[in-house]
Design a protein around this ligand. Structure first.
Ligand code: LMR
Length: 330
């Protein structure tokens, strides 16, 4: 066979292999792992994103959502993402401490007066800056999702800070939250979300802090006779991906994904406050948990006792960030 024929033959073989490769390559799969129920702000947002992608990029990209810690707990999901085992996650802002100290901002007790202030801050230049606070670790923030403000639940009625003394509270993996319970002379216990119900049920811990929606969907109210309305802290999320994965996507696909994500986030954030109101009502209607509201004087005592936590973390977070967050309250 002439050299020319051999080259032609090789070219055909290469082409056939490339076509076969393309045929088996299939769509880009985006695994989105999270820890909450599907009927929560984050769960509904993730499903909305999956549906929008199916509508607009069907065939090219498939989003698979894994709720309820089915795939990973929040303490494992970040390393799984960096290894390429999942492509999207949305851990609570309290769970990024290993990657940046800046996001500790969101855990400062009594920082935001309501969710409108949170929204204003997250949309501001400073808020957006924080989406890039982990790029040096290969993690990119794509947006914020709201859950809502946290309440305290316990085996005992909590009206003044003294009532929490000596009690064990489950917290997310955050040193700010640990300091918050230290300030009460209580005992903070860092545990994954998926273990909280059993810890409460078996009385291994006395209480926890969470939003109405999480307390309702995880049935914490069935094993916690008292919930105090404190609104003392924020439980919001950052949707994150690996910088390598995101930047490696074809540009046109990435643009559509960003649009779908923005729309899904807007949708999730819009329904989040209604979900809190409904969950609070459902808990009240169940009669399982007594909901305690504080007098202004009682509330002030919680604010006073937790306030020194701010000073401890201010230098790591940056005073400029704290000031910007406070300014969003006006
Ligand atoms: C928690 O661990 O309490 C929350 O982060 C769970 C969640 O994702 O809302």
């Amino acid at each position: 066979m002439s050299i020319r024929k051999v080259v032609q033959l090789l070219a055909v073989v290469v082409m056939v292999c490339a076509m076969a490769g393309a045929a088996v390559a299939g769509p880009i799969v985006i695994k989105f792992s999270h820890v909450v129920a599907e009927d929560t702000p984050k769960g509904l947002m993730a499903n909305k994103f999956r549906d929008l992608v199916k509508e607009r990029l069907g065939g090219k990209v498939v989003v698979e959502v894994y709720p309820n810690s089915q795939l990973f707990n929040d303490d494992k999901v970040m390393s799984a993402m960096l290894l390429g085992d999942v492509q999207l996650a949305a851990p609570a802002l309290s769970k990024f401490e290993k990657y940046t100290k800046k996001l500790q901002l969101f855990d400062l007790p009594f920082l935001f007066k309501d969710m409108d202030a949170v929204e204003r801050f997250q949309k501001s230049a400073k808020g957006k800056e924080l989406l890039n606070s982990m790029t040096d670790k290969g993690i990119l923030g794509l947006g914020y999702i709201h859950n809502g403000l946290k309440q305290l639940s316990s085996d005992k009625p909590l009206r003044v800070p003294e009532d929490a003394k000596g009690l064990k509270f489950r917290i997310m993996s955050s040193d700010v939250l640990a300091a918050q319970f230290d300030a009460l002379d209580a005992v903070p216990v860092k545990k994954p979300f998926s273990e909280v119900f059993t810890l409460l049920q078996t009385k291994a811990i006395d209480g926890q802090e969470n939003t109405w929606s999480n307390m309702y969907t995880q049935k914490f109210y069935e094993v916690q006779p008292y919930i105090t309305v404190t609104n003392h802290g924020l439980l919001d999320y950052m949707v994150v991906t690996s910088t390598e994965f995101w930047n490696g996507l074809p540009g046109d696909v990435r643009t559509v994904l960003e649009k779908c994500l923005d729309e899904a986030i807007t949708y999730g954030n819009k329904i989040s406050s209604d979900l809190q109101v409904k969950a609070r009502q459902d808990i009240a209607d169940s009669g399982r948990s007594q909901i305690i509201t504080l007098t202004p004087g009682q509330r002030e005592q919680w604010v006073e006792i937790m306030k020194p936590v701010w000073k401890k973390f201010e230098s790591e977070i940056g005073k400029d960030m704290v000031d910007a967050a406070v300014a969003s309250n006006k």
